[in-house]
Design a protein around this ligand. Structure first.
Ligand code: BV8
Ligand code: ZN
Length: 246
């Protein structure tokens, strides 16, 4: 039985599904992933160097400018067929929970509800000092690498920071607990477009396998699988998911 048929059979038997996504699910919307050597976000900047509180404090204009460029880019793109197929899946299974590592809002814009954002949201800037949410209109167009001074908090004069989880920062407890609970009780985890490089998020598919769920990976790169309950579909999410979830 072809892998896609096996995956579809798994899905047909599933009633509690988690869709776990990474940057690859947004790639066909035109949002650079982290690891694409040519266009990836790492290509121009090393997020591990930039996506940290230390980097922000050392050079707020560089880091704020990088995130605002990403936020301006997001305003110019749309959800792709992968996001849409995931949103439609909610009407086909008894329980569906989307857990994303992405900081974009493309799942929500495709119609997915109650998306768990393990690494926060680029759409929710807040004050670095008092954490007050700050509604900051995004610049129309920005060049990648353009420096921009972050606005100041009207309450305490602290600097605005992106509402994302940086390296070395903890995943928000509520988000982590909700994700852990969903993964611990699902009978199928669909892992879409992730290199599995960043922890603790990357540990979620293993948790699903350990508790007896099936795991299906969707990635154009081959994904090494370790357990009988695991399946890897090689291909782009925007092409495979509409066929798998049809
Ligand atoms: C934590 C938000 C600790 C920001 C992100 C040393 C010091 C400190 C911590 C660590 C350390 N060593 C390890 C750690 C832990 C660290 C970590 O895991 N580091 C890695 C690099 C080794 N983790 C952390 O720091 C986490 N916090 O550990 O806290 C702690 C504990 C107690 C108290 C205090 C602190 C927090 C990590 C969160 C970082 N923030 N994002 C921003 O966006 O700028 S991570 C960011 O990178 C993403 O959110 C995502 O998680 C990750 C990128 O991975 P992917 O999404 O998988 O993307 P990638 O480009 O890698 O892969 C894309 C995939 O898609 C590829 O496989 C590709 O083939 C595929 N693809 C491409 N096209 C398609 C496709 N698939 C389908 N269809 C397509 N069309
Ligand atoms: Zn403040």
């Amino acid at each position: 039985m072809a892998d896609l048929d096996r995956a579809a059979a798994c899905l047909a038997q599933a009633s509690r599904v988690v869709v776990f996504t990474g940057a690859g699910v947004s790639a066909e919307s035109g949002i650079a992933t982290f690891r694409d050597a040519q266009t990836g976000l790492w290509a121009r900047f090393d997020p591990q160097r930039l996506a940290t509180p230390e980097a922000f404090l050392a050079d707020p204009e560089l880091v704020w400018g990088w995130y605002e460029w990403r936020r301006a880019r997001l305003a110019q793109v749309s959800p792709n067929p992968a996001h849409q197929a995931i949103a439609e899946l909610a009407g086909q299974v008894a329980q569906l929970q989307v857990v994303t590592q992405n900081v974009d809002d493309l799942h929500e814009r495709a119609g997915s509800r109650s998306v768990i954002h393990l690494h926060g949201s680029i759409q929710q800037p807040r004050c670095f000092d008092c954490a007050r949410p700050m509604a900051i209109p995004v610049a129309e167009v920005m060049e990648n690498g353009q420096r921009l001074a972050p606005p100041r908090c009207p309450l305490c004069n602290g600097l605005a920071r992106p509402g994302v989880v940086w390296f070395g920062e903890s995943v928000p407890q509520q988000a982590w607990e909700a994700a852990w609970k969903a993964v611990s009780t699902c009978d199928l985890l669909l892992s879409v477009g992730t290199s599995g490089a960043v922890y603790p998020a990357a540990g979620l598919p293993r948790r699903a396998l350990e508790q007896g769920a099936r795991v299906i990976h969707v990635n154009p790169e081959p994904v090494s699988i370790h357990a009988p309950g695991e399946l890897a579909l090689t291909g782009k999410a925007g092409q495979l998911l509409p066929r798998l979830l049809a």
